[in-house]
Design a protein around this ligand. Structure first.
Ligand SMILES: CC(=O)SCCNC(=O)CCNC(=O)[C@H](O)C(C)(C)COP(=O)(O)OP(=O)(O)OC[C@H]1O[C@@H](n2cnc3c(N)ncnc32)[C@H](O)[C@@H]1OP(=O)(O)O
Length: 417
């Protein structure tokens, strides 16, 4: 067995790209084979230095990739993020520190480049806290029992003068990017989508040989503006008594107004034959259940952490977001790797915020992961204090932190990367 320090951890070269992709599939326990189309499309995104590999006698046994991402902070500003993905260590080489070596290298480079945060979606909860990541957004999935929902069976379309049309993938590629930009600028926790996302998710680029074209629906408001869009699949399920018992499964649904969300969910729950609607990944405070006369018809089937955030630059992270309240807070942030940490004074108001290193006594002491979980406004410092994960150095500091940092709407990242 090779020792970990015999294994070379380094950026891959362009000719190593296909082997690296196969190693990703092996690490994710998928068949290593890839379509030529996928290799070509992924190669087009290759950025030297951002794809790391670990090599044992020339064989790629671990993978790690990062790329530039824009993440929406509270208030709508985009912050530059180091998005981490494709993290695998082949089962034969696990627990020898390869992930830690790749992570240390990538985060140091991201800090050097000036990224404000690093982001990822964790395969398993216990992996990334040690590197200073905290769960910053959550997701929920609902299954709607349509016959129980109480919607009017005579419903013929949106009651607000808007309309829903079924469209083709080509239309989605034309209309979707602008709609998504509108959505993500108004949604803390959302990230940018590139052209490849739209191609892969409309069948213009085939990554998955078993790709099946979904139905695409577009909602236009009474004034004709595109305000919402959804992609959904329907199965083919007939009961014994010649009854249709189909399930619609939403792949994604974007709305920029509550009217668009309402129209799309009502539409999905009113399609003849459909008795069940699976919502796909939604914000945990999604309005879906409350669009139904009987909200209990929507049952939560998954509730889990989603986007994890690692703060790389405390000052820029805290100054990039907005604050509904006014106040000051001195935070003692424990670092994990020497890249981030220290004591900072946050002075915040609805007009703006400043964050500066300070020698004043700390009011709240916390780890980087806890700061990551609080930063997008979702987590509560009072809850974390109850769990012993933040410590009040001054009585009432956790409550004060909540008044400043928490937000009325929950952050949401609709995408997987
Ligand atoms: C953003 C993404 O891409 S998420 C996808 C992550 N990938 C996967 O889940 C695929 C399957 N798993 C793997 O490939 C690997 O097990 C990895 C990448 C999760 C971990 O890689 P390893 O090289 O084994 O991790 P490494 O040896 O550096 O471990 C560092 C520490 O994390 C701990 N750790 C690593 N993985 C896990 C885990 N899944 N659960 C709990 N602890 C873990 C190790 O025990 C070690 O702890 P220690 O420092 O206290 O000794």
């Amino acid at each position: 067995m090779s020792r970990s320090d015999d294994i070379d951890v380094r950026p891959i070269t362009a000719p190593e790209f296909t082997d690296w992709l196969r190693a990703v599939n092996t690490g994710f326990l998928r068949v290593p084979a890839l379509t030529e189309e996928e290799i070509g499309a992924r190669r087009g995104k290759f950025v030297e230095g951002r794809y790391l590999g670990a090599f044992d006698h020339g064989r790629c046994v671990a993978t790690f990739r990062s790329f530039d991402q824009e993440l929406t902070a509270v208030g709508g500003a985009s912050v530059p993020a180091d998005a981490i993905s494709g993290v695998t260590v082949t089962a034969t080489h696990r627990r020898r520190g390869l992930l830690s070596r790749m992570m240390a290298r990538d985060l140091a480079a991201a800090k050097e480049r000036g990224d404000v945060v690093a982001t990822l979606i964790a395969a398993e909860y216990p992996i990334y806290g040690r590197y200073g990541f905290g769960p910053a957004t959550w997701m929920a999935e609902w299954t709607v029992d349509v016959p129980r929902a109480g919607l009017d069976a005579r419903r013929a379309g949106p009651a607000d003068g808007g309309r829903i049309d079924l469209v083709e993938g080509e239309d989605v590629r034309k209309l979707g990017p602008e709609l998504h930009e509108r959505m993500r600028r108004g949604r803390p926790g959302a990230i940018d989508r590139d052209e490849t996302w739209w191609k892969v998710n409309t069948g213009a680029l085939l990554f998955d040989p078993s790709w099946k074209t979904p139905f695409f629906a577009v909602y236009r408001s009474a004034s004709g503006e595109v305000e919402g869009m959804a992609a959904y699949d329907v199965d083919d399920n007939w009961g014994d008594a010649k009854q249709p018992l189909n399930t619609a499964t939403v792949r994604w649904l974007l709305g920029v107004t509550p009217a668009a969300d309402r129209a799309l969910w009502e539409y999905l729950c009113s399609i003849d034959w459909i008795v069940k609607v699976k919502s796909g990944w939604r914000a945990p405070d999604d309005l879906l259940p409350h669009f139904l006369p009987d909200p209990r018809a929507a049952r939560i089937t998954t509730l889990a952490d989603w986007l994890w955030v690692r703060i790389l630059d405390v000052v820029r992270a805290l100054e990039a977001r907005t604050y509904e309240g006014q106040g000051t807070l001195v935070l003692e942030i424990a670092g994990v790797d020497g890249l981030t940490g220290g004591r900072y004074r946050l002075e915040a108001s609805p007009e703006g915020a400043s964050c500066t290193p300070t020698t004043e006594s700390a009011e709240l002491a916390l780890g980087l992961g806890e700061l990551g979980a609080l930063w997008l406004g979702d987590e509560s410092a009072v809850r974390l204090a109850a769990l012993g994960r933040v410590s009040e150095e001054r009585a009432g500091a956790a409550r004060k932190a909540d008044a400043l940092l928490r937000t009325s709407g929950r952050p949401w990242c609709p995408d997987m990367f």
